[in-house]
Design a protein. Structure first.
Length: 300
């Protein structure tokens, strides 16, 4: 019988929010497989935390090598064979075979399966995200077990792109966790568990507003809440008009049922700086956060 995943191991410090999120995902009581994506800068403890999750639950974790496809498949088969207690390594001709076999690992209940450094595999095998998408489609789910597949990586632009735009895995993830730096609560007013972008309809103005950044956390009741929305400009000095647009978007979101946004902060990013009027406004209002290049790239 698998050990229950309940408490964060004592060797993991100051990651209560992240630990709760991956445990919640790993224990989701639903049939079929589910996908989660974990990202964040290097040396924040992502791999250590996911390894602890796997050890606590009897799951499987593979740390991807920076290698050509054939070598990566060989190493994956060897690692999976060792996990299953096979006398010889498993051999896969392609990632279709490997992912299909992986999805059979949890016949007795939810089980985390982690692929760490996923960008290494995807660069060597560009079709891999599409292969995982097919495995999660209704036809694939008919033969899947309750695998909770977690893809992890430190290449932030790549990991964010896995679920955005027209990417194959868009809309497939039950968890999108960004492991925070210590600056997160200062800027956002809470710990983010999901970061996205999107479009907000404005019926009264007969228009739509694009949102460059939307950061989500969880409130005291465990409900997802909107921590912050943001707008980013590179060569444009950001002023009060940009702030007013965010204020309008925030008001629209607060009027919607199901979106908890009472504490939503407004983030303005700029590579060219801010007007003096906006700087004065933000200085007296902590819900307005201005992020220039020095703040954006400051050591965490």
């Amino acid at each position: 019988m698998r050990r229950a995943i309940v408490e964060k191991p004592p060797e993991i410090f100051d990651r209560d929010t992240e630990w709760d999120e991956i445990v919640r995902f790993a224990r989701v009581p639903r049939s079929g497989a589910a996908l989660g994506v974990v990202s964040g800068r290097r040396r924040l403890g992502k791999s250590f935390m996911l390894d602890a999750l796997v050890r606590a639950s009897g799951g499987f974790m593979f740390s991807a090598p920076e290698a050509v496809e054939a070598d990566a498949l060989r190493q994956y088969g060897a690692a999976l064979g060792t996990h299953l207690g096979e006398p010889t390594p498993l051999r896969f001709d392609n990632w279709d075979e490997a992912i299909t076999r992986t999805m059979t690992l949890a016949p007795a209940g939810p089980l985390p399966v982690v692929i760490d450094e996923f960008p290494f595999l995807a660069r060597a095998s560009p079709a891999l995200p599409s292969i995982i998408q097919r495995a999660l489609d209704p036809a694939g789910q008919r033969s899947n077990t309750q695998v909770r597949l977690l893809l992890c990586g430190s290449a932030l632009s790549f990991m964010g792109g896995l679920l955005s735009g027209t990417a194959p895995l868009r809309g497939r993830a039950g968890l999108e966790l960004v492991v925070r730096t210590e600056a997160g609560p200062v800027v956002l007013g809470g710990y983010p568990v999901r970061v996205a972008s999107g479009v907000v309809n404005d019926p009264a103005a007969h228009t739509q507003h694009e949102v460059d950044v939307a950061a989500f956390g969880r409130d005291e009741q465990g409900r997802e809440e909107l921590l912050a929305i943001g707008e980013a400009k590179w060569n444009e000095t950001v002023g009060v008009s940009h702030l007013q647009r965010l204020e309008r978007i925030c008001a629209l979101l607060r009027s919607r049922d199901g979106i908890h946004s009472d504490r939503c902060r407004l983030l303005l990013f700029s590579g060219a700086g801010f007007t003096s009027e906006l700087l004065a406004t933000a200085q007296s209002d902590p819900s307005i956060q201005l992020v220039d290049l020095d703040r954006l790239y400051a050591p965490s």
